[in-house]
Design a protein around this ligand. Sequence first.
Ligand code: UDP
Length: 237
Amino acid sequence: MEKRKRVLVKFSGEALAGDNGFGIDTTILKYIADEIKSLVIHNIEIGIVIGGGNIIRGVSAAKDGIIKRTSGDYMGMLSTVINSIAMQEALEHVGMEVRVQSAIKMEAICETFIVRRAQRHFEKGRIVIFAAGTGNPFFTTDTAATLRAIEIGADMIIKATKVDGVYDRDPKKFPDAQKLAELTYDRAMDDNIKVMDDTSIALAKDNNLPIVICNMFAKGNLQKIIEGNLSCCSIVR
Ligand code: UDP
């Protein structure tokens, strides 16, 4: 049998919030579930990482010094578990088989991350959502997504955002900003670009993991990318 493509898709927590700016908008959950379903139907193995920014970010929680940064970060990791459970429900709602695996053990809620077990889920056609980030404070879910993508041997990581790719400067401030179709890992770490935090880009670079940045709100984009049509995104490799 031909080897199936395996892809890790990263969504930010904020993406789930919709116009509210916080919480979880089920219309968006359903939209994402349908997009992911179209990939699974086309025989792609899908891992998912969702951020927690719509609920709590460690840095903001610890801003005034009352909550310690490490505790804030654990609260942030728990936020990603909440989002992951919501996503699991939405995917099951559209008929997918899904497992959530958390980096922090919480056996009444979901499985614990075990890479070999995740591999088995993929082989059976299940979607795996990796929750609780890396399980360590001071990291981001972008780093967690890159780490999991490498561990599961993904062909690429797709960072699904609200923009259609990477620009040479902020397109909101500079109308003449140019979209970059392809860029190197080193360029992606440039201060004006900052596709992801440096830790995740360095990890992707060391392991030759391509990073694709695309607009998740354009229907069919994920499918196009996986078919090799990169006109709708930017790729770091
Ligand atoms: N976090 C963490 N370790 C990790 C991943 C996440 O401590 O490995 C915490 C951190 O506080 C972060 C929060 O979880 O701010 C939510 O994740 P993130 O900010 O990456 O979410 P996003 O911006 O993608 O919504």
